[in-house]
Design a protein around this ligand. Sequence first.
Ligand code: ADP
Ligand code: MG
Length: 730
Amino acid sequence: MSTLRFKAISNLSSIASPEVEGSTKITGIFGSNVFTLKVAREYLSDEGYKSLVSSIKAGQKIERAVASQIATGIRAWAETKGVTHFTHWFQPLTGTTAEKHDSFFTLKSDGTPIEQFDGDALIQQEPDASSFPSGGLRATFEARGYTAWDPSSPAFILGIGLGKTLCIPTIFVSYTGESLDYKAPLLKALEALNKHAVDVCNYFDKNVNRVTPTLGWEQEYFVIDEGLFNARPDLVLSGRTVFGHNSAKNQQLEDHYFGSIPERVYAFMRDYEEESYKLGIPLRTRHNEVAPAQFECAPIFEEVNLAVDHNTLLMDIMSRVASRHGLRVLLHEKPFAGINGSGKHNNWSMATDTGVNLLAPGKTPKSNLMFLTFFVNSIKAVHDYADVLRASIASAPNDFRLGANEAPPAIISVFIGQYLTKVLQDVKERVSQKMDEQDESMLKIDIHKSIPELLMDNTDRNRTSPFAFTGNKFEFRAVGSSANCANPMTVLNTIMAETLKNFKKEVDTLIDKGEKKEIAIMHVIREYIVSSEKVLFEGDGYSEEWEREAKKRGLPNVKTTPLALDAMITDKAKQLFESNNVYNHLELEARHEIELEKYIKKVQIESRVMGELATSHILPAAIRYQNLLANNIKGLKDAGLPESGYANQKQILEKISEHINKAADFVEKMIEARKICNAMDDTRTKAIGYQSQVKDAYFDQIRYHVDKLELLVDDKEWYLPKYREMLFLR
Ligand code: ADP
Ligand code: MG
């Protein structure tokens, strides 16, 4: 094992990146592996094409007979690309993507071999999915689950090695209709948002028929050498280094952020970008991040459902492509202690079918009132459902990030910048019971004047806010780098739908009482500003003062996943999700259970890895060195040297012995604590047990002593690649 570290290090200089083709023009390959509408036009009959389009644009159902035509068209296209197999591609709650490949090849009843892909195979498939987490749902209802085609996300071809597979994006549901994946509830949330946002839009513009939420994610990740990765069992098994002393040089110089992208990583980036472009993922930016070996990429924003699919697909592609380059991508939220973690900022807005971004300031006083309506409703939604939003990003790995070093705190607050703060203040002061039409139009004009037209360029940026307005969109920054964006997007769009629904109710009530429409709208906006302003915060979100201040304001600050998840199953949450047809209470309870179980398993794995590494990697090396020192001291003593002649060695020996004893002792105790937790029946209690009795009680303690040993023990005896090697060697 010890040789693995040194072998990896000495191999580094001889690793060459594979040739990356690199197209000169991205437009030449963009979407070439996607069944786009343009391709559909070519391969489908008029009927098939029209049916597909109205399904995508207006959510209309596709008839079975038409689906068969579409399937035939898709197969014909796929075969021109050398595809032999197809799969329903879905996003189970394990957090990765799932595929089960079937070939087009089949035998007719007389044994004639043919290639076939019929409507049934396109629309529905029954994967043998009994081992995907279901939180007891499938057991309660039906033993099986099935996948069903989502026509709103286009089919694509994934090249795996030399094989090519046609992937059909699908939802995954139980036979009684309960969602078993991330996509099904997301589609429902998007539909709820559409309905209520259109209703509110129609106050301002009767031509709006559809509102589509948009998402632009920013994916942060680390890249390290594969040889070094393989010599770290903790990275291999848990995605995180459970031990490792800080490197003498870290991110303090911030030279990585401004530096050029290292050559090997650059080749890797170009390679995965090429793959992504072929799949229609519109990647736009790539750059170094603050931490050494940390990078980021971001696409042009898209409609949420597509953006989510593209992000999950990208994470998969990155991992596959990295191994071609002898590299590993770390998507974990906190792979290295002491330096920045990785997030996945979710830039979110809503667009109308008339081409308006509802979170972009308008060009006229009237359109700015529409902007203000959606803007204030967003704040109100986050205020009212901060706990549910917090739950949507809760996970074991994200717990290492939220509230740590550079990351947003576990307190959900909203940053809006100076201009909009002033606008809200104005509305608060000037909207009153006796407001008349003249006051109203004056205010509208003043609001219009206070909002710079190109707010995007004028907003002050606050990098420490978990939910920041950035000129024409909100940026939800607390999402973890390894998360599926579907979950936070489901929640965000549902709470927005709910808030808009209530907004309309209140405005209509005032109108019914004889109030003029725009005055009624201003009244409700004012009411929303007053009732939600405590969630607004412009200062440093990472500071301790903010924690104290937030507490005074009564904002929730739940730091651990097991407790944060409670918000999923409150009566308030059940009411929210049921009334918007996103989850029924059984689905919520099932998901709650699944998330808790995921948490337990992750902490359990890390704890085991820690115990194993300490006992089989760290302590043997430390003990060997301890012996060496002991023998040395004994020798010097025997040779008649006075105590001062071996005082240094003795001091080191004492330190080493202390750290060995402490580390070994804590490992023993941690194992005992695990046994106690494992005997717990209730999942929530067990998760809290793992969090407080295993993780919080021992992880840092064990790590402290092991990291001290790393500094003391002879470098050539140390088995695990060190931080400086993983982060700085190229
Ligand atoms: P930053 O300063 O945070 O890098 P950018 O303007 O580069 O901000 O945008 C970051 C992300 O926000 C990109 O993925 C971009 O596509 C996305 N974005 C821009 N406008 C919207 C929008 N209306 N809806 C959703 N995402 C958007
Ligand atoms: Mg950003």
